[in-house]
Design a protein around this ligand. Structure first.
Ligand SMILES: Nc1nc2c(ncn2[C@@H]2O[C@H](COP(=O)(O)OP(=O)(O)OP(=O)(O)O)[C@@H](O)[C@H]2O)c(=O)[nH]1
Ligand SMILES: [Mg+2]
Length: 293
């Protein structure tokens, strides 16, 4: 064992003297340069770690004090950049359950008359036009891009393709056949109001109670209350399965409070119309308010 130790020491001394000899042969300038590079990289590494820890601690303080962090800041920054870079959105999406009157409304907005309204649409119906009611006005007229997204459940996914360009959403509700369709309309509306693209971009939504020409039509106040009540129920049932529910990216309303549209981050208003009767002034006003000149 001792013999092995002596052998090992001898070997180590030999290596040491060999390496000293090797170092002596290297010009000193090269050694200084190597040391400088080593010191500089260590300095950069330490600086990086320091900056990273500094950023993390500020992020933590922001999160604790203002409930706000760098990620949110980044999202707002992107929104601001998008706002300046993109041409102003002039697209209005018209959606709602099948039979609520979207196609009739589309033609009223475009031509001031209705046609083809009785057939269930199987494709989105779209057009860029000056509102019929504004055609007689003097001055520069801004065309609006209107998309009538079919209400059939299998075609609703198309809505996602159009949301990035939307300046506003008109959600049609059949005010006559409202009660039997209340649950389905609420589910569809809930899905729209919890979409990340709608919440983040704060896309305004007009819930348009249509077919008010019929005496049996429910009032917009009644419809608003019923929709809020139904969405409140949905909120409870959906949050129970929220981990598995990937379609609803945001939750609605304030926890512990009854749901009201006023709690939404985007503006949600309720209006009335009769597509068939040509009484569409509230939807036209909504379009004008949200598609800027
Ligand atoms: N009384 C009355 N009926 C209406 C009104 N608007 C639409 N309707 C009728 O409601 C039915 C459905 O109208 P559409 O415009 O085809 O409905 P939609 O929402 O486009 O339906 P989908 O294409 O299936 O999604 C038609 O029979 C229309 O005549 C309205 O303001 N008043
Ligand atoms: Mg249609």
């Amino acid at each position: 064992m001792e013999g092995f130790e002596v052998e090992w020491k001898k070997q180590a001394q030999q290596w040491w003297s060999q390496s000293l000899h090797y170092v002596h042969r290297i010009p000193p300038q090269q050694i200084y340069a190597a040391m400088a590079v080593l010191l500089f990289t260590t300095f950069l590494l330490l600086l990086g770690m320091y900056v990273y820890m500094y950023i993390c601690s500020i992020n933590l303080v922001l999160e604790l004090v203002c409930n706000f962090n760098y990620f949110d800041l980044f999202i707002y920054f992107c929104d601001v950049v998008r706002l300046f870079k993109r041409p102003k959105a002039n697209t209005i999406l018209v959606t709602g359950l099948s039979g609520s009157g979207k196609t009739v409304l589309f033609y009223q907005l475009r031509d001031g008359s209705f046609h083809q309204g009785t057939v269930t649409s199987m494709e989105p119906n779209e057009g860029t036009f000056v509102l019929h009611s504004e055609k007689s006005k003097n001055g520069k007229l801004n065309p609006i891009h209107v998309i009538d997204v079919p209400g059939h459940s299998r075609l609703r996914a198309k809505l996602d393709d159009f949301l990035p360009q939307a300046a506003g959403i008109v959600f049609l509700v059949d005010a006559v056949e409202f009660l039997p369709n209340c649950r389905a309309a609420s589910e569809y509306l809930y899905d729209i109001l919890t979409k990340a693209s709608v919440v983040r971009k704060k896309i305004p939504v007009l819930i348009l109670c249509n077919k008010t020409d019929k005496v049996t039509a429910h009032s917009k106040e009644f419809i608003r209350k019923q929709l809020e009540k139904e969405i409140d129920k949905l909120r409870a049932s959906r949050s129970a399965v929220s981990t598995a529910d990937l379609t609803n990216e945001f939750t609605l309303g304030a926890p512990g409070e009854r749901f009201a549209f006023s709690q939404c981050q985007n503006k949600v208003t309720v209006g009335e119309a009769s597509g068939l009767g040509g009484e569409i002034s509230q939807v036209e006003q909504f379009i004008r308010d949200n598609v800027k000149s």
